[in-house]
Design a protein around this ligand. Structure first.
Ligand SMILES: [Zn+2]
Length: 541
């Protein structure tokens, strides 16, 4: 297997995961304000060496510098945030000690000592990042109703999948993310209910299909498999939700073969066997088949055959088995959407009042159904907003889905709140898809104008991706960019429509961004940060 080159983002400054599973002894530094650093004057320079007992993946090394406050939530959990966010963060994350304990109960003991979660400045590019002992999360998780806790749970479960047992290089990224999303949804199911987790699978699958398989890579590209052939490409170009969603579906499929108790036993044994290691999928597969042979002696061959490991991992496009993610809650959301489509502004569904009580992912499923129908119009979106006020939604996933649909349809009422939303935060999962839709649906001038204003506040990962996407505006061969939005219906391909899939493929994005850009763009203007020069000395093995 050819290891990938990794010139991207800050990994250029530190040993990275491509170096044959390199793992480092833990380095965790939180500088909570200059006043707490007695040896530091401005300009500040010091050398520090931190050696810890446990090994962590080298890409997890992080410095958190800011005017932070911390609150002990009990149960080994500490929340850190700047003053404007600390109260909301404490309230939003008050259940994390119980959720950490619950994950331990399902898996194995938490090995990292204390657990901290840090609310990052608005420009933070990810929903969360699983730095050991110091999970970083977007401030957009502070939804006020705990509807975004899934991301915090995702980072907690990374303490086992990714941080303890991790992938050897980015070709095997699903070993980190796919297994982890499966575990995240296990905990989500116990917290919010089984239906919530299933709808999460459903909306995740829809996003993977339309945004990645159709809109980005195509069903036959290895980047739509769990084993992307990265070659000399920048691995950032292979980064997508495919390893998350398809990988978690693979785990869900294995659970149907092993049963609930068998799956739990397998994951516990997997962690025990590979603890503190970075592995590849060959190691995982060999061990899995050995474990099944030992623990299911009567039907091991059948289970191993039905696992379809090679097909799941190496074949591009949809997985070979359709996993059962059907729920009545999903039916409810889709029925409501279909009734709105049938009524077509002549009335409102009798059950429209149920929408307010929907799960966040149920609301997303409602919007996705409207989108997939291809029949949603500007008057219909306006009518739905009169009924449900989705345009005023606080949940970031819901508002992003609604704004994107509005842009695709030409429902210009969403433009002003979209403009505000793009300036309030810099999370890749919200910013990039919105700019893509603006660019591809007749709003190139708007996209250029907004990007010029907001680009300095975006992390370079996002900024460079949007800049690359904007190049499509200057491609006269792209008919989609020349059309002006009208009241016509939206157009979204349906699974199996191969012709349309081919037409909708987009070019591979180009590698970009540097360490310096990343660091300088990492904070929103006005954020209070220290000028800090840190010379790191660390041990890797
Ligand atoms: Zn993750």
């Amino acid at each position: 297997m050819k290891p990938a080159k990794h010139p991207s983002m800050t990994r250029g400054r530190l040993p990275h995961v491509s170096s044959k599973g390199l793992r480092c002894l833990n380095l965790f530094v939180v500088l909570a304000g200059l006043a707490d650093i007695p040896f530091c004057i401005t300009p500040c320079s010091f050398t520090t060496t931190v050696e810890c007992a446990l090994k962590i993946p080298s890409y997890e090394i992080a410095l958190v510098v800011g005017d932070l406050q911390s609150v002990d939530l009990g149960g080994r959990v500490v929340v850190l945030a700047e003053a404007p966010y600390i109260d909301a963060a404490v309230k939003e994350f008050e259940d994390l000690p119980a959720l950490l304990a619950e994950t331990e109960a399902y898996l194995t003991p938490y090995i990292w000592g204390n657990y901290s979660i840090i609310v990052m400045p608005p420009s933070f590019v990810w929903g969360g990042m699983e730095h050991v002992n110091a999970n970083q999360v977007s401030h957009t998780l502070l939804a006020g109703d705990k509807s975004m806790l899934g991301t915090a749970i995702h980072e907690i479960t990374h303490s086992w999948f990714g941080n303890d047992v991790g992938c050897k290089n980015w070709n095997h990224f699903w070993i980190n993310e796919g297994v982890n999303v499966f575990m995240e949804r296990k905990i989500l199911a116990s917290y919010f209910g089984e239906e919530y987790a299933k709808i999460d699978y459903y909306t995740g699958n829809s996003s993977m299909y339309y945004d990645e398989f159709i809109g980005r890579y195509g069903l036959n590209n290895s980047y739509s498999s769990l084993f992307p052939d990265i070659g000399d490409d920048d691995p950032e170009n292979s980064f997508s939700i495919v390893p998350y969603e398809k990988g978690s579906q693979f785990m869900l499929h294995i659970e149907t073969l092993l049963g609930d108790a068998g799956m739990q036993a397998m994951l516990r044994a997997y962690i025990g066997h590979f603890t503190q290691q970075a592995i590849d999928e060959d190691q995982f597969q060999t061990w899995y088949e050995g474990w099944v042979t030992e623990n299911f002696p009567e039907n091991a061959t059948d289970i191993i055959d039905m696992t379809l490991w090679d097909v799941w991992v190496h074949e591009p496009g949809n997985g070979p088995v359709v996993v059962d993610i059907h729920t009545t809650a999903l039916d409810d959301a889709e029925s409501l959407a279909l009734e709105y489509l049938t009524l077509n502004t002549t009335g409102s569904p009798a059950l429209m009042g149920d929408f307010d009580g929907y799960y966040q992912s149920q609301k997303q499923a409602f919007i996705q159904k409207l989108s997939e129908s291809g029949e949603t119009t500007v008057p219909l979106m306006a009518h739905i907003d009169e009924d449900l006020n989705i345009i005023g939604a606080f949940n970031p996933y819901v508002k992003t889905e609604w704004f994107r649909l509005g842009i695709r349809v030409g429902y210009e009422a969403v433009l002003e709140p979209t403009y505000m939303w793009l300036g309030e935060q810099g999370r890749s999962a919200y910013v990039r898809p919105i700019f893509d839709d603006l660019i591809d649906h007749g709003y190139c001038d708007t996209a250029k104008e907004w990007f010029e204003e907001y680009q300095p506040s975006y992390n370079s990962y996002v900024a460079n991706r949007v800049a690359t996407a904007l190049e499509r505006c200057d491609d006269p061969s792209d008919a989609a960019l020349e059309s002006t939005p009208t009241n016509e219906t939206s157009s979204v391909a349906i699974p199996g429509d191969e012709e349309e899939e081919e037409e909708m493929l987009t070019e591979r994005e180009t590698p970009a961004d540097t360490v310096e850009e990343h660091v300088s763009a990492a904070w929103m203007p006005g954020f209070k940060s220290a000028v800090l020069v840190v010379v790191l000395s660390f041990f890797c093995m």
